[in-house]
Design a protein. Structure first.
Length: 73
C-alpha cells in the first residue's frame, strides 16, 4: 500500500478550489494514486497519522463510511 506523499499534496493543494483539507486530500489521492476505491483510499488513510486524525474528526471508521462521505462531496 502506498504512503501519502505530503510534499506532493502540498503542491496539489495550491491549485485546489476546495476549502476543506480532507476533501482536498481525497481528491489528491484519487488523482495522484489513480484510485477511486473507497477501500483502498481508507486503507491508505488509516496508515497515516495525520490522515487518521482527519478520519476521526469526521467519525469515519470504515470504508463504507468513507464511501458515504465521498458521495456527499
Amino acid at each position: 500500500m502506498a504512503r501519502i506523499d505530503w510534499d506532493e499534496y502540498k503542491e496539489y493543494k495550491k491549485y485546489s478550489v476546495r476549502d476543506d483539507n480532507f476533501e482536498i486530500l481525497l481528491e489528491f489521492i484519487k488523482s495522484y494514486y489513480n484510485t477511486n476505491s473507497p477501500t483502498e483510499i481508507f486503507n491508505m488513510l488509516s496508515l497515516d497519522d495525520i490522515a487518521q486524525m482527519m478520519l476521526e474528526k469526521r467519525s469515519i471508521n470504515d470504508a463504507e463510511a468513507l464511501e458515504n462521505f465521498l458521495y456527499k462531496i
